[in-house]
Design a protein around this ligand. Structure first.
Ligand code: MIC
Ligand code: SF4
Length: 648
């Protein structure tokens, strides 16, 4: 048989099921990563499984999201995470060490391995030739305990790269082009596998930019082959021994093929308010800019920042523009400091931000009212920056730097500048002192876990009731993201406190939702959500399922639901339904009384079509749900945690 690279690695890790695209399989997970905003809940869940240590080859816990630390909550959570790492044999990357995906790429990722991370941009490490998947924290907790991770055996899209990138056109433009072709919907259950002559000309950090932002297409992950470039990168990180060559078999069959000639690309941008809203930079030339933010897990490598520094060297920041630069890791920051880039950035007028998520998650440096912000990050959903009226454009570091020089959007090819040719370092500066490795097992006994007042045991759900009698507590439109369901930004610090965080469910769309839903819940009425297309796209945050569960939500009915979110719903005992027809969505109104009698039995039987009755409108609604036997058992049990505890 001739296998795709994806299939090779997945088959190598197969522990349950038959490998057939579209069917559920269980795979062994070699590595896990968590970040602090999803990690506290993942470890609380891990603790409730009663295990004495992690069972993976490597588990790493990063602190990169909540590093602003207004109030005691985040610092307390960081201490909790550190003591958990000591207790269970986990690598702990301290705040200041960098963004999880960048640091994992530098120090832990390995070709041929599997990585599961509680963050949707975990596919970044696909740039190293590994299968790296984002999931909810509970799935990661189960994987840390040695349990399989379940996914749909993917359909593989081959993205064939030809040619070489012209000057001023970068890896960011490659992924923006792919987003333009694939769009942000309809790719659930697929993997993007990069191949072709053009691959060779891309360095590992460039590949990582592409696999990182592949998340925005909705694919399960993206992957590059492991080749000579991969070997060079690992050797430069003093990890040459981790390298193995890996590529697809000749003649492997793909679900779909996409051709991208790198030589034909031009600088692109994602215009507000979707990463899939792609336009050429030249079409926006002359648009005045208020803010430029360079960083995030998509574009903050050494070469990215040295290229920017070289462009800005000896120049001055346009008045009216605020420029922030957040290096992706301490390794990057330290190296640009040694190589002079940092002082060029400072001299230009850049505000140097911590090596963390920062602006990207909207908990700091929010732009002003109605302002225009050019960012090198991966998401520009409305309001994500922390400012509802801001217009965020996503672009490459060179396009962002050009805007900082001019004060307006400009195609960098129009600037009278030589393209900076920054070389990949032959050896990176290696200093792992900000990552605390696992302590010897004998010493773990005496570690006591620190718990601040903001941290509470995760709430659990009751088993599935026999029938649902409830209300449409909210009806939302197409493309509602997890940022709408469970806002981050200034609310992020309540991630470990579910009752408090639940007060903000759907806050950007309906400020009264939480109160209304908890009222219904307290009166024994089940809450139901009606939604449009691509419901739950974006982040992996399981709080977008966990907090609605806490508010008594029992089912989501949508035109379509995104992969990670649908899995999170099941994990918390909420049934993910799709509508039988477009008109069903149209006929349901907010506040309608809806009944789904016999839901428990229907799920036990494995019915794929279940009838609901809208008592208010006097209508029958056909709902669809396609679930594996395992998912059905999870729903009946009331979620993955009660299911897992019961199984042991
Ligand atoms: C994001 O980019 O939206 C985040 C914040 O990194 C999330 C995780 C989270 O909500 O904590 C993600 O991408 O999964
Ligand atoms: Fe952090 Fe932004 Fe990357 Fe999410 S997308 S991990 S918030 S840098």
């Amino acid at each position: 048989m001739n296998f795709t690279l994806t299939e090779k690695i997945l088959r190598d890790h197969l522990v349950e099921g038959r490998y057939e695209p579209g069917r559920e399989i269980g795979i062994r997970i070699d590595q896990t990563l968590t970040q602090d905003a999803t990690g506290t809940m993942a470890y609380l869940q891990f603790e409730s499984m009663g295990l004495s240590k992690v069972e993976t080859e490597i588990s790493a816990s990063y602190v990169d999201h909540n590093t602003i630390q207004v109030g005691f909550e985040n610092a307390d959570d960081h201490r909790y995470l550190q003591t958990i790492a000591e207790k269970y044999g986990i690598h702990f990357s301290r705040p200041g060490n960098g963004i999880c995906h960048q640091v994992h790429l530098e120090r832990f990722g390995r070709p041929g391995k599997t990585l599961l991370g509680s963050d949707s941009h975990t596919p970044t490490c696909g740039g190293l030739g590994m299968i790296a998947i984002g999931a909810g924290g509970l799935d990661v907790a189960v994987a840390m305990g040695g349990g399989p991770y379940y996914l749909t055996a993917p359909r593989v899209i081959r993205v064939n790269l030809d040619g070489e990138l012209p000057d001023w056109v970068t890896a960011k433009d490659v992924i923006l082009k792919v987003l333009d072709e694939l769009t942000t919907k309809g790719n659930v259950g697929c993997v993007c596998e990069y191949a072709g002559e053009g691959v060779r000309s891309l360095t590992v950090p460039e590949r990582a930019t592409i696999t990182n932002m592949g998340a925005e297409t909705g694919v399960t992950t993206s992957i590059f082959p492991s080749d000579e470039e991969t070997r060079k990168f690992l050797a430069a990180e003093d990890r040459g021994g981790d390298w193995i060559p890996l590529e697809a078999d000749e003649g492997a069959e793909y679900h779909r093929e996409l051709e991208v000639d790198l030589s034909d690309l031009e600088p692109l941008m994602a215009a507000p308010h979707s990463p899939g809203n792609i336009v050429p930079v030249s079409s926006l030339a002359g648009t005045a800019v208020d803010q430029v933010m360079i960083g995030s897990c998509t574009n903050s490598s050494y070469v990215d920042l040295m290229t920017v520094a070289e462009m800005l060297k000896g120049r001055r920041l346009a008045s009216g523009v605020s420029l922030g630069v957040a290096p992706g890791s301490r390794q990057v920051l330290s190296m640009i400091a040694e190589d002079g880039g940092l002082s060029d950035l400072l001299d230009f007028g850049a505000r140097i931000l911590e090596s963390a998520c920062g602006f990207c998650i909207g908990n700091s440096i929010s732009p002003g009212t109605d302002s225009i912000s050019i960012r090198t990050s991966n998401r520009n959903f409305k309001g994500r920056s922390g400012t509802a009226s801001a217009n965020v454009y996503l672009a490459s570091p060179v396009v962002a730097a050009a805007a900082a020089i001019r004060g307006e959007i400009v195609d960098p090819r129009e600037l009278d500048l030589d393209f900076p040719r920054i070389k990949m370092p032959e050896r990176f500066k290696i200093d792992d002192s900000m990552t605390i490795p696992p302590i010897p097992p004998a010493e773990r006994e005496r570690v006591s876990i620190y718990r601040g007042p903001n941290i509470g045991a995760p709430p659990t759900n009751d088993p599935m009731p026999e029938g649902l009698r409830g209300r449409i507590a909210i009806k939302v439109e197409d493309y509602v993201t997890t940022d709408h369901i469970m806002p981050a930004g200034s609310r992020l610090k309540y991630r470990s406190n579910v009752p408090k965080y639940s007060e903000f469910v759907f806050e950007p769309l309906d400020q009264d939702f939480s109160k209304r839903a908890s009222d219904y819940r307290d009166r024994g009425i089940h809450n139901l959500i009606a939604a449009g297309l691509s419901y739950g796209q974006g982040s992996s945050r399981e709080h977008a399922a966990l907090c609605p569960m806490y508010l008594g939500v029992k089912a989501v009915m949508a035109k379509s639901i995104e992969r990670i979110h649908a899995a999170n719903l099941v994990n918390f005992g909420i049934v993910p339904f799709t509508f039988g027809s477009e008109s069903d969505y149209a006929s349901l109104k907010e506040d309608d009384e809806v009944e789904i009698p016999g839901i428990r039995e229907a799920i036990e039987r494995g019915d794929e079509v279940i009838e609901a009755f809208d008592r208010t409108a006097g209508l029958r609604v056909r709902l669809k749900t396609v679930l594996s036997a395992r998912q059905r058992e999870i729903l009946i049990a009331g979620g993955l945690l009660p299911y897992t505890v019961r199984k042991r």
